[in-house]
Design a protein. Structure first.
Length: 113
């Protein structure tokens, strides 16, 4: 769950960097700064996914990515796509962790002597 969501956030940081490049010709420095801050926050948040605050801020970043569509119109679609990947990472990751816990319960690791 943690690895999948961190991967989504890392890819979002790259996409946000490209969105800032698209916005460079038409928009003010404030919109560009906002995009840069969002990209940096995505990268930093990928490292905080061990804690609950990582999930909360990651979800807020998904909303901010969609809202950046006001600056770069295709970000409405791309942000929604990444939000769907965020939800999928949460759901699939939870199932994967449950399966792993069950396998460890059935086959506990052997102690080394």
């Amino acid at each position: 769950m943690r690895i999948l969501s961190a991967s989504v956030l890392a890819m979002e940081a790259f996409v946000m960097g490209f969105a800032v490049l698209l916005a460079m010709g038409e928009h003010s420095g404030g919109a560009l700064s906002l995009g840069g801050i969002l990209a940096i926050l995505c990268l930093l948040n990928a490292g905080v996914m061990k804690r609950k605050i990582g999930w909360i801020t990651g979800s807020a970043l998904q909303i901010a990515m969609i809202a950046y569509g006001y600056v770069v119109t295709p970000m409405y679609f791309i942000g929604a796509l990444f939000a769907a990947l965020w939800i999928a990472a949460f759901l699939v990751g939870r199932k994967g962790e449950a399966i792993r816990a069950e396998l460890l319960r059935l086959n506990p690791p052997k102690e080394r002597s």
